[in-house]
Design a protein around this ligand. Structure first.
Ligand SMILES: N[C@@H](CCC(=O)N[C@@H](CS)C(=O)NCC(=O)O)C(=O)O
Length: 276
């Protein structure tokens, strides 16, 4: 691993590391915030998954999360949103290919070779983080939009792996909305039965661990009605008796201004779960 950025931040360090990913078959950048407490011993880790078009930079430069991570002694790990580099295929538009990995393991050509963001985030990255940084094995996961979908799906698919999960403006039912249908058709193929295992609303029905889902959604989000549809998650959770804490916020849009406004409450909530 090679450190390519290092900035003093709220008594700790915001770093960006670059490493060769065996899972993705390319070099990846990852943002790592080390709180001041990491100098004295291992800290729990909050994984953050960003949305469409993002790299590891959006969250670390716009969310203002470091202040709260320093307060609570959490390491923040913010990976890129897709594999990148020579030989990694791209798709048509901002919502397929580079910057749009959807946190699935693709099964179709030409995507299947590199687009394995589920395994990268769930397995390879924590192994790396826990080996190279003062991190313990207590993990939480959160994300925004496509990354909110990623956080919900990764937590639901991997019981016991995360102590808590939250999402900002997530795509809750990718099988039912244009962003998800386009990506899943490409990455997973046209057989929609294969999409269910990557769809939070479908996964909730059969979840073996009833980890509470915390979701915040802006009511002035331009993507709310067509792409996000949080009421679908409300229906799925209510049918499965799965705990959901969904809050709607008047006036908030889809941007990082919304995330920055609420990230402190999410980090405090994750910190509480990670302490137990
Ligand atoms: N750029 C797209 C929208 C993509 C978008 O809103 N991306 C969100 C995540 S889904 C984001 O975080 N954008 C980067 C940013 O706000 O820094 C468009 O042209 O409509």
């Amino acid at each position: 691993m090679q450190r390519i950025e290092r900035h003093a931040c709220f008594g700790g360090w915001q770093e960006v590391w670059r490493h060769e990913s065996a899972t993705l078959g390319c070099a990846m950048n990852v943002g790592v915030y080390l709180p001041p407490q990491a100098a004295d011993g291992p800290c729990p880790v909050l994984y953050w998954l960003s949305g469409l078009t993002c790299t590891e930079q959006n969250f670390i430069t716009k969310a203002g999360a470091q202040r709260y991570a320093a307060e609570h002694g959490l390491i923040l790990v913010a990976p890129d949103t897709s594999p990148r580099g020579d030989g990694v295929p791209d798709g048509e538009g901002y919502d397929l290919g580079l910057g749009a990995g959807f946190y699935v393991n693709a099964t179709r050509a030409p995507w299947a070779t590199h687009y394995r963001m589920h395994d990268y985030v769930v397995d390879e990255l924590p192994t790396l983080v826990e080996a190279h940084f003062p991190a313990n094995a207590a993990r939480a996961i959160s994300g925004h939009s496509m990354g909110g979908h990623g956080a919900l799906v990764l937590a639901l698919r991997n019981p016991g792996r995360y102590r808590s999960v939250s999402a900002f403006a997530p795509i809750v039912a990718p099988s039912q909305v244009p962003w998800g249908r386009k990506a899943f058709t490409a990455y997973l193929g046209p057989d929609e039965s294969a999409w269910r295992e990557w769809d939070a609303c479908a996964l909730v029905a059969n979840a073996t661990e009833r980890l509470p889902l915390r979701v915040d959604q802006g009511e002035a989000d331009d993507f709310l009605r067509e792409q996000l549809q949080p009421w679908r998650l409300q229906e799925a959770c209510s049918a499965a008796d799965h705990p959901l804490q969904l809050a709607l916020h008047a006036g908030s849009d889809h941007s990082y201004y919304f995330i920055a406004s609420l990230i402190g409450t999410h980090i405090a909530w994750h910190a509480h779960a990670l302490r137990d």
